[in-house]
Design a protein around this ligand. Structure first.
Ligand SMILES: [Zn+2]
Length: 104
């Protein structure tokens, strides 16, 4: 077998695997987001509606390495805020009933 052909074959396999895993991680992220169920707040308010989520669930920094979920007082909530390093972590902590602070 030509050595060049072997190298080309290896490169093609590597490229194929890279594309496969990139697609897999992308799809996993999308599924994660859609599965994200946010429980009622401790005060009983449901922030998992389309309108409230925009206001209540968002990254705190530009790098998206810190997230918060809050029960906004201007939406008749109690002001509870929960932080997380990822959206999923913030969601888990929220669903476990944690409260990092109350912003009133
Ligand atoms: Zn609340």
């Amino acid at each position: 077998m030509e050595p060049l052909f072997g190298i080309m074959l290896l490169l093609a396999i590597a490229a194929g695997l890279t594309i496969f895993f990139m697609t897999l991680s992308y799809v996993t992220k999308i599924l994660d987001r859609h599965d994200l169920k946010i429980k009622l707040c401790n005060c009983g308010k449901d922030i998992d509606t389309e309108l409230d989520r925009i206001d209540s669930v968002y990254p705190v920094n530009r790098e998206r390495t810190k997230w918060n979920i809050c029960c906004q007082t201007h939406n008749m909530g109690c002001g509870r805020v929960v932080y997380g390093d990822t959206l999923l972590q913030a969601q888990r902590r929220w669903n476990e009933g944690e409260a990092d602070e109350y912003v009133i």
